[in-house]
Design a protein around this ligand. Sequence first.
Ligand SMILES: [Fe+2]
Length: 245
Amino acid sequence: MDLDGITRLYGEYIDSYRDRTGTLPPMMELKRIHTQKVVEVARLIIEGEVFTPEERDKALQAAMLHDAGRFEQIKRYGTFNDAKSVDHAVLSHDIVCEKGWTADEDILAAILYHNRRDLPDGMSPLREKICHLVRDADKLDIFRVLEDQLAANPNLSQDAFWGLQPGEPSPLVVDAILNRKPVDYGLIRTLADFILIQVGWLRNDLYFATTRRLASARGHLEFRRRLLESFTSSPLLDPFFDSIA
Ligand SMILES: [Fe+2]
């Protein structure tokens, strides 16, 4: 199926979660918008890089479907917290297979692995490229989501951020991110920890030069530095920002 066909079927799928007035629950609406933005960002990254038409098509389909499981995750568990519910990438992969939207193994891999700390070894260069594209586009829009939510809830102490409170970063989280080790999400205790995960992505985990350029032009790292400085002056933060100080 081509991208237009997938877009139509996936739109109908999302519509099935609307209530009688045609409204999506707010958390689902957030993911619907996120999906649109991830596809937009994916197009921007592709334009700045070298993609064949085949690679482009697969990448955009994967970007469209990468969070297919989020709607069912919210419906069943009422949370986006995978640790407390289900690995939403696995659920997305399974729903895409079950619906028959695609059987393309490159697209399915990009959906399945979009939230993993690292990609598995041994993938073909094409598959790896599609995976990286989705992961980059997803991260870039997650940066926007945090900034939009802050704009809507500027008072950090109002419990708006996943129940996390402003506070000092946790040494174990800092150590893991600086040493590029997987972060045990159970260690995340404060808003600083949560923001540092994204700082780690910005510093280490954006694959394409175009993604890094877009992140820089949008000021995402600088935004997080100012945000952290607004509620902590922990010296643990210094190594994260030494290069942009
Ligand atoms: Fe996701």
